[in-house]
Design a protein around this ligand. Sequence first.
Ligand SMILES: N[C@@H](CCC[C@H](N)C(=O)O)C(=O)O
Length: 325
Amino acid sequence: MGAQVEFVKGHGTQNDFVLVPDPDGVSDGVVDPPTVRMITDRHSGIGADGLIRVVRTAAVAEMPGLAEESGAEWFMDYRNADGSVAEMCGNGIRVLARYLLDHGHAAGPTMRIATRGGVRVVHVEPEGQFTVEMGRAVPLTGGSVEATIGLDGRSWPATAVTVPNPHAVVFVDEGGDAAGIGDEHVRVDDVRALAELGMLTSVPTVRPRDVFPDGANVEFVARVGERHIALRVWERGVGETRSCGTGVCAAAWAAMRRDGTREGTYTVQVPGGQLRVTERPDGELMLTGPAELGVRGTVTLDARFVRKTYPDPAPDRTARSSPAL
Ligand SMILES: N[C@@H](CCC[C@H](N)C(=O)O)C(=O)O
């Protein structure tokens, strides 16, 4: 019998995560890359775009002193599905906030959560929404477009920016012929310039490579109205996902620069839903969107595969009103 690991599944605009509660930092083996890959595998594991170990900041051995320095009780230990570490996850942090709130670990209406990319303040909003203070976007090439993204024989100039993980933002509708323009409820699937990209099964190429020494997430963006964009994303360490919060911030930031404005809220359609981004006068990007919790259970890890067991079958599969794990 392998190790037993408790988990909760959650998603933010269908960017999905396995949350593993480890408050005292005694289960860091769960973030070993092979274990992350077993757990996040969609065929033989639970399946997710990423894994979040929920650990008290004071128990994070690699960051001594962070708890006192940050004033954040909880740390988001984020891993991509391939086991790699990422600085931040804009959808994951909302899901983590929802978990902390629903399980009595935080009271709201605001909470501070530490990440490898710095401390983030999360505001609890009505109707299951959360707003995250995401920090400032930092252009990697002085704000100018100096990278080129290639995909399936096509290529586009890209804006290189960190939020604080690396993003290459590509506007694919330069001809202005994106279908769905002006429709408040446009679906990403109906935006011609994005649909034409096909399956996104190939890995996008980045030139020159040294713009992104640690790799990049790539956002393919089309305008669909005033202060309204749609995007598809290819995530570093995962592949195409249905949403990426930091990527949405990077894309909105780049769209604001192209529009010559820093004012107003940008609405961003992603395949998994809708997010909103506002830039404060001090440059802080505010990301607002939903966060949901779903299935919870226990997995038994062994060397070959992840076995799933669900302790409480339907109808009690939602964690919202469930006791803390
Ligand atoms: N989906 C996340 C970003 C996760 C990390 C990313 N794949 C990376 O490696 O930088 C988000 O919502 O921001």
